[in-house]
Design a protein around this ligand. Structure first.
Ligand SMILES: O=C(O)CCC(=O)C(=O)O
Length: 255
């Protein structure tokens, strides 16, 4: 699967592109079931009931190391092909994956932010593939983007606990990305985005694959506290080690 020129141009201009129906319903159901099973296990390990656990814990990292279905998702051919196309890369590499859950009525706002200032990566040649595991709309936490804001470059990292980015009148240009389960929203690591609370009665989960150009190098000075720094076994300025930062999909052959 490749994007048409219009969608590629839209990604370049706006910093994000919504691609419907990338992942089929059966695969999405399998990912939801895998996550449900992991949540049951983690709640039991914490000795709390499931409802309490999901109210408190809403984000999990490196699920591909926890369940084969998430590992298989990393090699979804369309995800790799689109990421290579958008990054202009012959090969792409995982930085990390994570799953963000907004359970019915108990989630908060994720404030306006850019992702790249939080990553120990030497250049903003990376994107996120945000895969909807549930349908989502304005009531259930659909992400919103500020089109074109990525073109202003990297800004200092926002403080997630205090952030209130003031867009002034530009706020009217913000675009909600209502999505169906199986849709992917590819967004540049410099895009500005936010998501509102889920005030609906249904779950809103997304599996997010952070994908970088395979030529990116480890730059711990860019973010010295990122937990993924502990998984790096190379020296600063070297390419990321592929055991923990795998090359994705068919691109591996070209690398
Ligand atoms: O899933 C969300 O609500 C926010 C996701 C996000 O911030 C991201 O993909 O960078």
């Amino acid at each position: 699967m490749k994007l048409d020129a219009g969608r590629v141009a839209s990604f370049r201009e706006n910093g994000f592109v919504h691609v419907p129906g990338v992942v089929d319903a059966e695969t999405v159901a399998g990912l939801r079931a895998a996550h449900d099973g992991l949540v049951d296990r983690w709640a039991a390990e914490c000795e709390v009931d499931r409802a309490t656990y999901v109210r408190v814990v809403s984000q999990w990292t490196s699920l591909h190391e926890q369940h084969p279905r998430f590992r298989a998702q990393l090699d979804h051919p369309a995800v790799g092909a689109i990421a290579r196309q958008l990054l202009g890369a012959s090969a792409v590499q995982l930085f990390h994956d994570h799953l963000i859950s907004k359970p019915p009525r108990v989630s908060g706002t994720i404030p306006w932010h850019q992702d790249y200032p939080f990553w120990p990566v030497d250049a903003p040649r990376a994107l996120s593939c945000w895969l909807a595991l549930d349908d989502c709309d304005d009531d259930s936490g659909a992400m919103r983007f500020m089109p074109g804001a990525h073109l202003d470059g990297e800004q200092p990292p926002v403080d997630f606990l205090r952030a209130t980015w003031d867009w002034g009148d530009r706020i009217h240009a913000a675009v909600p990305t209502r999505a169906k389960a199986g849709d992917c929203i590819f967004h540049s690591c410099l895009s500005w985005h936010t998501s509102p609370p889920n005030t609906s009665d249904h779950h809103r989960r997304a599996f997010i694959m952070i994908i970088m150009h395979a030529d990116c190098r480890w730059d711990p000075e860019h973010c010295d506290w990122h937990p993924m720094n502990d998984c790096v076994t190379v020296q600063p300025g070297e390419h990321f080690n592929r055991d923990r930062f795998p090359i994705l999909g068919a691109g591996a052959a070209a690398c």
